[in-house]
Design a protein around this ligand. Structure first.
Ligand code: SAH
Ligand code: DHB
Ligand code: MG
Length: 223
């Protein structure tokens, strides 16, 4: 198995299972045109997030790391009438593009983009009692992942689902000597996750158009 076969399988499966969608395509095109990095979740991963949120019956969703709003649109479309999503983004330009993409998808009444460092916005959500969330997607700066996860649990109801992107990073997760802050962040996160009595969790490796990576999936079992 090679990286090119991962991409070929992703293309074959996505072509069958992911209908071409004007708003999602426009969101990616606008993001690229604005010079944003092409690091959104893949179409198949976006659909996975949407399916997980629907299986969860999610009504109140939190996302940390918006970029151009591609994953935001997938998740916001999972919500029932009256459902709400809040997405946190440190970069004002990313947030502006995401807001335009969200509006073009007809989701401006559903998804709210807040601008600032996640670790400043999360305590504010707690102070506002904006939770409890029933689904959280963590996909921002990797060194802060363990801290985001702790906030995600605190802001969630028992039974909530938390999904974390980019945990495996081409297998670097198993390198104890890595000095890459992203890798160190994910090793720290994984070790904290294993010791966290508030959640039941697993990590699933993935291959595809985004290479070899993986998601952490957790269920909050207690406050
Ligand atoms: N979830 C998006 C991709 C997010 S990329 C998708 O799949 O479509 C990661 C994003 O996290 C970037 O836009 C980056 O600006 C943002 N980010 C980085 N550091 C952050 C921080 N401290 N707080 C909030 N967002 C941050
Ligand atoms: C990067 C960030 C991501 O969230 C991702 O899914 C892929 C790559 C990055 O910063 O390189
Ligand atoms: Mg990611």
């Amino acid at each position: 198995m090679t990286a090119s076969s991962w991409v070929a399988v992703d293309a074959y499966v996505a072509n069958l299972l992911i209908p071409d969608d004007a708003a999602l395509r426009a969101a990616l095109e606008a993001s690229i045109a604005a010079g944003l990095p092409a690091i959104s979740v893949s179409p198949l991963q976006g659909k996975l997030l949407q399916l997980l949120a629907r299986m969860q019956g999610a009504r109140n969703v939190l996302e940390i790391g918006t970029l151009g709003g591609y994953s935001t649109i997938w998740l916001a479309r999972a919500l029932p009438p009256g459902g709400r999503l809040i997405t946190l983004e440190v970069d004002a330009r990313h947030a502006e593009i995401a807001r335009a993409n969200i509006a073009l998808a007809g989701l401006e009444g559903v998804a709210e983009v807040r601008v600032g460092p996640g670790l400043e916005l999360l305590p504010r959500l707690a102070a506002e009692q904006r939770g409890p969330f029933d689904f959280v997607f963590i996909d921002a700066d990797k060194p802060s992942t363990a801290a985001y996860f702790d906030w995600a649990v605190r802001l969630s109801r028992p039974g909530a689902a938390i999904v974390v992107d980019n945990v495996v990073r081409d297998g670097a997760l198993v390198d104890p000597g890595s000095t890459d802050p992203d890798v160190m962040g994910m090793r720290h996160f994984t070790e904290r996750l294993a010791a966290d009595p508030r959640v039941s969790a697993t990590i699933v490796q993935t291959v595809g158009v985004k290479g070899h990576d993986g998601f952490a999936l957790a269920r909050v079992v207690a406050d």
